[in-house]
Design a protein around this ligand. Structure first.
Ligand SMILES: NC(=O)C1=CN([C@@H]2O[C@H](COP(=O)(O)OP(=O)(O)OC[C@H]3O[C@@H](n4cnc5c(N)ncnc54)[C@H](OP(=O)(O)O)[C@@H]3O)[C@@H](O)[C@H]2O)C=CC1
Ligand SMILES: O=C(CO)COP(=O)(O)O
Length: 337
């Protein structure tokens, strides 16, 4: 079944997901707030700053006007950085009110809002009341845009409190290289998705410092353990953390040069300053803001998250990375579980 879908955010992930949906036969409107990027997408079928050496489908249409992109949309997919979700959602609500439409919402962003500690689905629910939308679903899992662009095999999960909505998202996205599971644990999927970026900063830093595979495997495993503890404090399903959104995404983000978070960590490990790394990445490094949110959440909730705390101290308090690693290694010995 083909439908009209608006994709909001034309960075690497938004533009590649829009292209996938177009190739799946849907009528896709890709919205960017930058008119020059819209012109490049429509005229050259490229998005060169965000995804290199890729030609987009010539039936994919980009728009700089949000209301035009939303007109007739049955599904609206948000793929802007977490820090932009609230403001974009506010504009979407106003447009949907004017259009008198009530689409299903999906998001693929991975973060926790600074200061409010809200997950992305919570921000959407707050900003777009149920009069202007039906369900909310999160699409998440190990999925670098660069691999999806090559039609490499990719498996993700669609989580919603409404199983029919999750199944609908599964139907929209599934094809012979992109396989979608359903999940009812929105809390677990969103927490796992956001916090794996902290761990990728850490494994990247280990790489930059010259540490090997044992160290990275240890950080990913113990990192997932503390993410699961925070998830449990919110009532997440423990199984989610051994699924695609949990261990799956930790593996892909924590080991790949395609990951902006891993690359940022790598550069920090090689001695670059955080400001320089952010300035030259030119794309969102979600883990930097999420480290602060997760650290503060752990403090508030009394959840032991030593790795997150160490990365917070490095990013926000100027602690030397080698000292942070040494302090973690010298914590009192304990039982694994
Ligand atoms: N890249 C990937 O492989 C994956 C990314 N994700 C997640 O998807 C989300 C988006 O990531 P990604 O596409 O990679 O990020 P990018 O940095 O590549 O793109 C984000 C896009 O959103 C734009 N943007 C920023 N602020 C606003 C705003 N206020 N209003 C409208 N547009 C805005 C950016 O513009 P500008 O550059 O000018 O700021 C850019 O075009 C993140 O949460 C990320 O974690 C999830 C899975 C895979
Ligand atoms: O979430 C991702 C892959 O699943 C993308 O990670 P980065 O944002 O680190 O590139």
């Amino acid at each position: 079944m083909s439908e009209k879908i608006a994709v909001l955010g034309a960075g690497s992930w938004g533009s590649i997901l829009a292209n996938l949906l177009d190739e799946n036969g849907h009528d896709v409107a890709l919205w960017s707030y930058k008119p020059e990027q819209v012109a490049e997408l429509n005229e050259k079928h490229t998005n060169s700053h965000y995804i290199q050496n890729f030609t987009f489908s010539d039936t994919l249409k980009a728009y700089a006007d949000l209301k035009t992109a939303l007109t007739g949309a049955e599904t609206v997919l948000f793929v802007v950085p977490t820090k932009a979700v609230r403001s974009v959602a506010g504009e979407v609500k106003a447009a949907l009110e004017a259009l008198n439409s009530r689409p299903a919402l999906v998001h693929a962003s991975k973060g926790i809002e600074q200061n409010t500690y809200k997950r992305v689905s919570e921000i959407l629910a707050e900003e777009i009341p149920s009069a202007y939308r039906s369900s909310i679903t999160v699409l998440s899992g190990p999925s670098h845009a660069e691999d999806v662009a090559k039609k490499d095999l990719t498996l993700v999960t669609a989580a919603s409190a409404d199983l029919n909505a999750a199944k609908h998202v599964q139907d929209l996205f599934m094809n012979n290289y992109f396989r979608v599971y359903t999940n009812s644990d929105v809390i677990g999927v969103e927490i796992a998705a956001a916090l794996k970026n902290i761990i990728a900063l850490g494994t990247g830093a280990l790489n930059g410092l010259g540490y090997g595979d044992n160290a990275k495997a240890a950080l990913m495993t113990r990192g997932l353990a503390e993410i699961s503890r925070l998830g449990a404090s919110f009532g997440a399903n423990p199984q989610t953390f051994i699924g695609l959104a949990g261990v799956g995404d930790i593996i892909v983000t924590g080991t790949s040069q395609n990951s902006r978070n891993y690359r940022a960590g790598d550069e920090l490990g090689r001695g670059e300053s955080l400001d320089d790394v952010i300035n030259h990445m030119g794309m969102v490094i979600e883990g930097v803001a999420t480290t602060k949110s997760a650290y503060e959440l752990a403090q508030q909730r009394g959840v032991d998250m030593p790795i997150t705390e160490a990365i917070y101290q490095v990013l926000y308090e100027g602690k030397d990375i080698r000292k942070a690693i040494s302090d973690l290694m010298q914590r009192e010995g304990r039982s694994e579980f």
